[in-house]
Design a protein around this ligand. Structure first.
Ligand code: HEC
Ligand code: HEC
Ligand code: HEC
Ligand code: HEC
Ligand code: HEC
Length: 467
């Protein structure tokens, strides 16, 4: 006998509301989906001509002089953004069901070099040269010469809204680098700011303007952007450093060398770890998987509020609070239609007998009635749930916790008349990057089981008085 109510609160007036349902109105839509010179993706070159695959240097080539950056990037989801088997499976389904144009839309962010050279979608995956499958690597980011989002069709950064200029000039936030055997440098301020990341970390459904991934918007509306803390200040820092940034609300300046024989200058780590604890399976990144787990464990706090005393045969009311303490955006973020966060709550009596367990997720990863869960279910135009981005028109359900914000749920349970105290109330906050069933639907026989990560725990004791 339980029921459960949920309300979202703001901490100190900061942050985004914890519960978001549905979407703000989409902008007025053109008759045809907006396209750039390379199709539905807004990625472009300076002269809108095809890029040259040979001018995307191998990641390892940059690593000859920048071994630290190479080591950090190797094993990241960025470097594996094309080869990630979960992405490959869904992208190939996109190609099959929605056509090559939609597949090239995906690849604008997941394999920019492939799209700019026209090799994607022209060639099938096994025929692609290595450079076209390199994902988001050195020469993708450091050849970005301009951001085009605010002047583009959506008037905001999204869908790979940037220009790549190939050549000997590498762009960065520092700029005044000495000319060397490999390249010169030019300064672009946006390398130090979230807008660079926003161009790929905002996914707008090109057919209907629906905002599918909104990590940048979540950040922009929250306290971290107001304090001037950028994506780089957490994701180009170690987990411990990022934790400190989140606590103090102040960016950290790191000094070191960009090349072995270089002078000291501001440096940035290139791990780009978020919450993907399966980076070992998907990207060969054992270190990255461990870092993701650590990042998840530091991101949230769980608190239980219950009376010190309860009465057998009567109702016990427990408040469950989940705080987002260290993410610069909502948790979960980005592909919320796959990501899942939920609270498992158990009440045991003095003998250790389980009296109560709250409802969790069904085998599709969707919350059962009364579950305490966060994530989203996207729907197609008939209102049917779908994980296929090209079919999505809106969220049927979405509940996330904004930066430095919290969610509160109330669990009510009528205690058995013969219950013996004291009772132990225990809760675990769990995260899974996708439910095994959805992964199996996307990947078929190749499916893997995403790890369940325990992000936080809480426990209280309640003494009992008889009726
Ligand atoms: C032959 C050695 C060499 C190779 C190979 C090399 N670089 Fe560099 N790079 C340097 C040197 C030297 C600097 C200046 C370091 C300093 O400021 O201390 C530098 C600096 C940079 C910077 C900093 C720019 C800024 O504004 O902060 C970036 C970005 C960069 N390189 C990217 C790349 C990329 C991408 C590749 C591969 C396509 C690459 N480098 C290959 C030697 C190299
Ligand atoms: C605007 C850039 C962009 C476009 C376009 C885009 N994605 Fe992504 N995609 C991302 C980002 C960023 C993430 C990472 C989100 C995260 O880690 O939570 C991602 C994550 C994913 C994941 C989850 C991978 C994992 O291992 O958990 C899948 C699957 C995926 N995308 C498939 C697609 C498909 C299929 C399309 C085209 C229909 C597409 N994406 C279009 C940027 C994009
Ligand atoms: C997702 C985009 C992205 C990728 C991929 C990327 N970088 Fe960076 N890089 C940045 C940003 C952002 C900065 C920080 C601002 C700055 O210094 O320009 C940076 C900084 C740098 C710097 C100067 C600071 C430092 O730590 O030395 C160098 C050199 C550099 N990158 C080289 C590389 C190399 C080599 C690779 C590939 C192994 C690479 N980058 C991959 C975005 C990227
Ligand atoms: C060219 C597009 C592109 C740019 C630019 C870009 N990203 Fe990404 N990013 C992606 C894609 C695609 C993925 C997901 C790959 C996958 O999971 O298959 C991703 C994934 C991530 C993840 C999730 C990794 C994990 O372990 O869960 C983080 C964190 C991230 N990016 C941070 C950044 C930051 C910070 C910047 C800006 C400095 C940035 N990205 C710029 C495309 C991009
Ligand atoms: C204050 C530190 C902080 C800032 C600022 C920050 N992040 Fe994160 N980010 C985190 C933490 C902690 C996680 C792990 C928890 C999670 O997965 O939600 C994370 C997770 C992610 C993920 C994976 C989300 C998921 O659930 O799959 C992506 C993608 C990401 N960040 C991108 C970004 C981008 C893009 C920006 C800038 C617009 C940014 N982050 C700003 C701390 C930060």
């Amino acid at each position: 006998m339980w029921h459960n109510s949920s309300i979202a609160y703001l901490v100190m007036g900061f942050g985004v509301l914890a519960a978001t349902v549905g979407q703000s109105a989409a902008p007025k839509l053109p008759a045809e989906p907006p396209t750039g010179p390379f199709g539905l993706s807004l990625i472009r070159t300076a002269d809108n001509a095809h890029a040259d695959i040979d001018l995307f240097q191998a990641t390892e080539t940059c690593g000859v002089c920048h071994p630290r950056q190479l080591e950090e990037l190797t094993g990241s989801m960025h470097l594996a953004s094309h080869t990630d088997p979960l992405y490959r499976a869904l992208a190939e389904t996109a190609r099959k069901e929605a056509g090559p144009k939609v597949y090239a839309f995906c690849a604008g962010c997941h394999s920019p070099a492939g799209v700019l050279t026209g090799l994607i979608p022209a060639k099938l995956d096994p025929q692609l040269p290595v450079a076209a499958k390199a994902g988001v690597n050195c020469d993708v980011c450091h050849q970005i010469s301009a951001l085009t989002g605010t002047t583009g069709p959506w008037k905001e950064p999204a869908n790979a809204s940037f220009t790549i200029e190939q050549g000997m000039v590498k762009f960065g936030n520092y700029g005044n680098i000495a000319e060397n055997r490999s390249h010169s440098g030019e300064k672009r301020d946006f390398f130090g700011s979230s807008e660079l990341c926003a161009s790929c970390h905002t996914v707008i459904q090109p057919m209907n303007g629906f905002h599918i991934e909104e990590t940048y918007d979540e950040w922009k509306a929250g306290i971290f952007s107001k304090k001037g803390i950028q994506c780089q200040d957490c994701h180009m820092r170690t987990v411990e450093e990022a934790q400190k940034v989140a606590e103090t609300l102040k960016p950290l300046v790191l000094t070191g060398k960009s090349v072995a024989e270089g002078a000291d200058r501001p440096i940035y780590r290139h791990y780009f770890v978020g919450g993907n604890a399966n980076a070992d399976i998907l990207a060969g990144g054992k270190t990255h998987a461990q870092m993701a787990e650590a990042r998840l464990k530091g991101a949230a706090r769980l608190e239980l509020k219950s009376p010190a005393k309860a009465t057998a045969g009567k109702e016990l009311v427990v408040d469950v609070l989940v705080y987002n303490v260290a993410a610069g955006h909502s948790i979960p973020s980005a592909v919320t239609e796959l990501r899942r966060l939920w609270v498992e709550l158990q009440i045991h009596d003095a003998q250790g007998k389980l009296l109560f367990q709250n409802p969790g997720l069904d085998d599709h990863g969707d919350p059962r009635a009364g579950a305490i869960a966060f994530g989203a279910i996207a729907g197609d135009k008939e209102g049917k749930p779908t994980f296929k981005l090209w079919e999505m028109t809106r969220f049927l359900w979405k509940r996330t916790i904004g930066p430095k914000s919290f969610a509160r749920d109330t669990v009510r349970f009528t205690l058995p008349a013969d219950a013996s105290g004291p009772l132990t109330v225990e809760a675990r906050l769990l995260y899974q990057s996708a439910s095994p069933r959805v992964v199996a639907e996307i990947m078929g026989k190749e499916a893997f089981t995403p790890k369940v990560i325990e992000m936080a725990t809480a426990r209280t004791r309640v003494s009992l008085t008889g009726l």
